[in-house]
Design a protein around this ligand. Structure first.
Ligand SMILES: CSCCC(=O)C(=O)COP(=O)(O)O
Length: 228
């Protein structure tokens, strides 16, 4: 039957990690204090603030301290769910007012279009929120790519280095794991996906990428599903 669904990582796979750090992370850092101050009573923001205090084990932290913790986490690229939720909300503003445009590697845009044309289901899985992923593909330099996707997964299914996260995705997709291909640049994520029974493919865009026992491609133009 062959591969029926393809799950793609974003940072380093569909999207330049340098763009994520220098454009998206910087934008969220610049806007964080004002966003938290303005939206602190919004139900989602208020829950995120509580979650930050709990994760940092600082129940008495005031708003300034919460912002300081969030800025440290951005600096450390910490994949903390409340940070990722807040970043998605902040980026929405940036995309809507035209300050941000999502970067997608040209080979990724072409490769995903061709997979979709061939009838495969495509999902993305990122540590960023599902909202952030939709925004990235909606406001890409190639226009609105949301139609390519069947769905998106974020850290609510688990961290990307935990095999259980992929088991949760398998349950949601309702497909045998050996019919699903996970494509990522990150070795730890690929090892976790393989441990859950998924087929795996590593995109190696940089010489420094750590490699393991996974099928390797330089970019999406080399992706052939018959090889899995
Ligand atoms: C959707 S672009 C923002 C990506 C992001 O915030 C991030 O942390 C990337 O994490 P990934 O798990 O995709 O490497």
């Amino acid at each position: 039957m062959g591969i029926q669904a393809v799950i793609v990582d974003t940072a380093g796979t569909t999207t330049d990690y340098d763009f994520i750090q220098t454009v998206l992370f910087s934008y969220s850092a610049k806007e964080m204090a004002k966003f938290i101050e303005t939206h602190q009573d919004h139900v989602v923001v208020s829950h995120c603030i509580d979650d930050v205090k709990e994760m940092a084990a600082e129940p008495e932290a005031d708003l300034n301290r919460v912002v300081a913790i969030l800025l440290e986490w951005i600096e450390q690229d910490k994949k903390a769910t409340p940070l990722k939720t807040l970043q998605g909300m902040i980026w929405r503003q940036g995309y809507q007012n035209g300050e941000l445009e999502g970067h997608i590697f040209p080979d990724a845009a072409e490769g995903l279009k061709s997979l979709k044309q061939d009838g495969r289901r495509i999902y993305s899985y990122s540590s960023s929120s599902t909202e952030a992923q939709e925004l990235l593909f909606q406001h890409s330099q190639f226009g609105d790519l949301r139609d390519l996707f069947h769905g998106h997964f974020d850290t609510h299914v688990g961290q990307k280095v935990d095999p259980q996260a992929y088991r949760n995705i398998i349950n949601t997709i309702s497909m045998w794991p050996n019919l699903i291909l996970f494509v990522s640049d990150n070795l730890d994520e690929l090892n976790a996906a393989k441990a859950a029974g998924l087929k795996t493919c590593q995109v190696v865009r940089s010489k420094d990428t750590r490699r393991g026992k996974h099928h390797v491609i330089d970019d999406f133009s080399q992706l052939e599903l018959s090889q899995f």
